[in-house]
Design a binder for this molecule. Structure first.
Ligand SMILES: Nc1ncnc2c1ncn2[C@@H]1O[C@H](COP(=O)(O)OP(=O)(O)OP(=O)(O)O)[C@@H](O)[C@H]1O
Ligand SMILES: [Mg+2]
Length: 462
């Protein structure tokens, strides 16, 4: 199973990560821009030094000279942080003054119009070197002046710039991150409140969650939960009514059983006992029939379908076998039971064979109970555009106004014969709905009696 992700962490990450990236990029750009200008300032200063030394290159009697008093050299070299070096070379006489080994570009590569900057190493330390070319007179030849300095000032300046640029940016990220964190926490509070409100509810409290105070984005969630609560309340109400009805219905045969048993106990001999025993049997039959019906109804509840995996069912075979089971009882009542198979091929639907058999049992049972004595019952299977099952009888029929109510649980049309408990058609409807089938009531042959037809969806065919 995937680990649940924290919304707070995700939001924080999605907000701070791009911010951090932008800040890092901005810091890098600011740092390199500042570095460029600082180096430029130091380079200019170094160039000024080289040019001021070049001013001291003179000619005397057509000979190039460079004379700087030791005190001036000392002043020139003085720097409390870095070391400064210089070298003066002439095209005519070679090395003239300064540090002979000072690195720098080859004199031939130097341009008179442009100073040349280069990086090198002198006395084991990295140095920045600038070289300029001067020509005191037209005949004196070129004189090259190089000035170099170590990089300490530049390095400490780089560190200071880095600190000045990075520190505020880090602070910015921290303050913004903190702001995001409190903002996200505040934003998620309605969700926490909602979770708390639901957690505090008792399992019986199924009233809808109030919309007030719930942000727009969370309303679709509360609406879904409310719809679920409404359905749950409805289902629980139906279940409560069903249990009350079932208990009420069971109480009658059980009370009858008790009364008759007491009466039988009071009888002196078997002959006196016989009528009470007969009534005990009837009451036991009713209780057993009611219990069977209740169990079938419970099994056909929509939530139970997982325990009954659907398989392809041949409706023709199912109807034929069910009819065979009913033959003895039908014959007992002097009735006739006919079976009409469809034209080939036999229809196959996906369904639960046990429940489909219960459906047909209840329809045939009604036809037997409410059909006329010596009447005819016809069970037919159709394979038209949609597979269907039908049961017809030539009885009194069901009036139009009762055709909806007869499917209600425990409802019986007043004055109905027999000992039924009013659950048969409720079971039929439940099973039909489970199989996505439609059920209709019509009249039997010759506009007499009743015809129940269950029509299955072709899509559901197996
Ligand atoms: N074929 C029919 N002809 C006439 N009336 C019928 C027919 N089928 C059902 N009814 C009427 O519909 C009512 C409800 O039928 P349902 O099968 O649900 O209950 P029941 O037969 O009374 O009891 P149960 O089937 O649970 O033993 C019946 O009481 C009866 O009045
Ligand atoms: Mg019935």
């Amino acid at each position: 199973m995937r680990k649940p992700q924290s919304l707070r962490k995700q939001l924080l990450l999605r907000l701070t990560l791009p911010l951090t990236l932008v800040v890092v990029l901005d810091t890098a750009v600011s740092y390199f821009v500042a570095l460029h200008y600082t180096n430029q300032a130091y380079d200019r200063w170094l160039l000024d030094s080289a040019r001021s030394l070049a001013q001291e290159v003179k000619t005397y009697k057509n000979k190039v000279t460079f004379e700087l008093p030791p005190i001036a050299v000392e002043v020139f070299r003085w720097d409390d942080t870095d070391k400064t070096y210089f070298k003066v070379e002439s095209e005519a006489t070679g090395f003239m003054a300064g540090d002979r080994e000072l690195p720098g570009p080859k004199p031939a590569a130097l341009d008179k119009a442009q100073p040349s900057f280069s990086d090198g190493e002198f006395q084991g330390r990295p140095v920045r070197v600038v070289s300029v070319v001067t020509e005191p007179t037209e005949t004196s030849g070129e004189v090259w002046v190089s000035v170099a300095e170590t990089l300490r000032k530049r390095q400490s300046m780089m560190e200071e710039i880095l600190l000045a640029v990075v520190l505020p940016q880090v602070l910015l990220v921290l303050v913004t991150g903190l702001h995001f964190w409190t903002g996200i926490n505040r934003g998620l509070k309605p969700l926490r409140d909602l979770a708390g409100m639901i957690a505090r509810r008792s399992p019986k409290e199924l009233s809808p969650i109030p919309d007030s105070g719930v942000p727009l984005e969370v309303r679709s969630l509360t609406r879904t939960i409310n719809e679920l609560l409404r359905q749950l309340a409805e289902a629980m109400g139906a279940q409560r009514r069903f249990i009350e009805n079932a208990a009420h219905q069971l109480r009658t045969p059980l009370a009858g059983l008790k009364v008759q048993a007491e009466r039988a106990l009071r009888a002196d001999d078997l002959e006196d006992m016989r009528p009470a025993l007969g009534r005990i049997k009837n009451a036991a039959d009713r209780a057993s029939h009611l219990t069977t019906q209740l169990l079938v109804l419970a099994r056909s509840e929509p939530g139970m379908d997982a325990t009954h995996p659907f398989v392809p069912v041949d409706l023709c075979q199912l109807a034929r076998e069910t009819c065979m089971d009913w033959v003895p009882k039908v014959l007992d009542r002097g009735m006739d039971l006919g079976f009409e198979p469809p034209d080939a091929p036999p229809p196959v639907v996906r369904g639960d064979p046990t429940l489909l058999r219960e459906l047909l049992n209840n329809l045939i049972d009604n036809a037997v109970c409410y059909g006329p004595e010596r009447g005819q019952i016809v069970v037919s299977v159709g394979n038209g555009p949609s597979p269907s099952l039908a049961v017809e009888d030539g009885g009194t029929g069901i009036p139009d106004m009762e055709r909806e109510r007869v499917f209600e649980r425990f409802y019986r049309i007043p004055g109905s014969p027999g000992e039924g408990c009013g659950l048969g058609l409720a079971i039929v409807r439940e099973i039909a709905e489970l199989h996505a089938a439609r059920i209709g009531i019509g009249t039997g042959p010759g506009q007499r009696g009743t015809r129940f037809e269950v029509v299955f969806d072709r899509e559901a065919g197996g």
